[in-house]
Design a protein around this ligand. Structure first.
Ligand SMILES: Cc1cc2nc3c(=O)[nH]c(=O)nc-3n(C[C@H](O)[C@H](O)[C@H](O)COP(=O)(O)OP(=O)(O)OC[C@H]3O[C@@H](n4cnc5c(N)ncnc54)[C@H](O)[C@@H]3O)c2cc1C
Length: 292
């Protein structure tokens, strides 16, 4: 870890109020630590040289998965492995994309400690779980007051989220009340445990005639700043028959480039990512439809 990162205090609050008090007191000079796998990444880039205090949230009872009639509530400190092991994930076909994303995240050692809250608060566009969560319209509940906002509004860009001084993420909530909705997530990477060149989360709902009534399509991976919603593709899918794969293919082929401006980097050119997005998007969409 970078030598520039030398926090002087390690705090372990026992209540959410105590956590908020520390966050208010230290402001930018404090960082919450959950699984610590993202902190490592941020510190390595020399971005934590001003941090004086690390605040461990493991003593706050923020590790839980609760299924309610119309939502799944996940405590911010729930590890990916704990979430993956939860039977509640299999109780709604809306949540298929979350299971896919958790399978795609590697290695297992990271999933055993990395938390859901840490995954969204690191706010990197190439992470997998946030893309699946965004496709399901997930909301973020902040502590200690309990105000909520959409994950889409919460993530502002690279390493940047919408938290006021003294606030922290308490819970992530996934709405599952809609009828005939299912989701899927797919990732394309150069190796099994590399970052996604392109990843995609899709949630789709069908009407009684098996036509596409609604969809949310999110692309992440090699995209600038934050995951992107493919609204032109969504628009052109409306009303298509769910089994008309050639029309679905046309929608992705024709519209993806209007929604997405991928980046070029050492892993891939923007052009290649653009072509991949059409294929991965279509496959993810067809998979989600097959689960409705
Ligand atoms: C070797 C390796 C492989 C990886 N592979 C993948 C992969 O295949 N796919 C993928 O998507 N990701 C992958 N990751 C990234 C991993 O998902 C993230 O590092 C992880 O989700 C961060 O969670 P954490 O609990 O470790 O966060 P931490 O490191 O503890 O924190 C990360 C950031 O979130 C903040 N934070 C944490 N919890 C809260 C909270 N409750 N409220 C406010 N702020 C908070 C911290 O202050 C910090 O800024 C990998 C990471 C590593 C190290």
């Amino acid at each position: 870890m970078s030598l520039a990162f030398q926090p002087r205090s390690f705090l372990r609050p026992r209540t959410k109020e105590e956590l908020s008090k520390h966050l208010k007191e230290f402001g930018e000079a404090a960082k919450i630590i959950a699984g610590g796998t993202g902190i490592y990444e941020i510190a390595h880039r020399g971005l934590l040289s001003d941090v004086e205090a690390l605040i461990d949230i493991s003593g706050l009872n923020l590790s839980y998965v609760k299924l309610e009639d119309d939502s799944l509530r996940i405590g911010a400190a729930t590890t990916m492995s704990t979430l993956f092991a939860s039977k509640d994930l299999t109780r709604s076909k809306a949540l298929g994309g979350i299971i896919d994303a958790l399978k795609a995240i590697q290695p297992l050692q990271v999933k055993n400690v990395a938390t859901v809250g840490g995954s969204i608060c690191t706010a990197l566009p190439f992470f997998d779980l946030p893309v699946a969560l965004l496709s399901l319209g997930a909301r973020v509940r902040m502590g200690p007051g309990g105000t909520a906002k959409t994950l889409s509004d919460f993530i502002k860009g690279y390493f940047s989220v919408d938290l006021e001084r003294g606030e922290f993420v308490e819970e992530v909530e996934i709405p599952i009340g809609k009828k005939n909705i299912a989701s899927a997530f797919q990732k394309f990477a150069l190796t099994h445990d590399d970052w996604a060149l392109i990843n995609c989360g899709v949630s789709v709902s069908l009407d009684e005639n098996m036509q596409i009534m609604d969809s949310v399509i999110i692309f992440g991976g090699g995209v600038p700043e934050k995951p992107v919603r493919a609204k032109s593709v969504e628009q052109s899918l409306l009303g298509l028959r769910a089994d008309d794969e050639s029309k679905i293919k046309q929608a992705f082929e024709g519209e993806v480039s209007k929604d997405l401006e991928p980046i070029s980097d050492i892993r891939s050119s923007a052009e290649y990512r653009g072509r991949l997005a059409k294929i991965i998007g279509r496959r993810t969409c067809v998979q989600a439809i097959s689960r409705v």
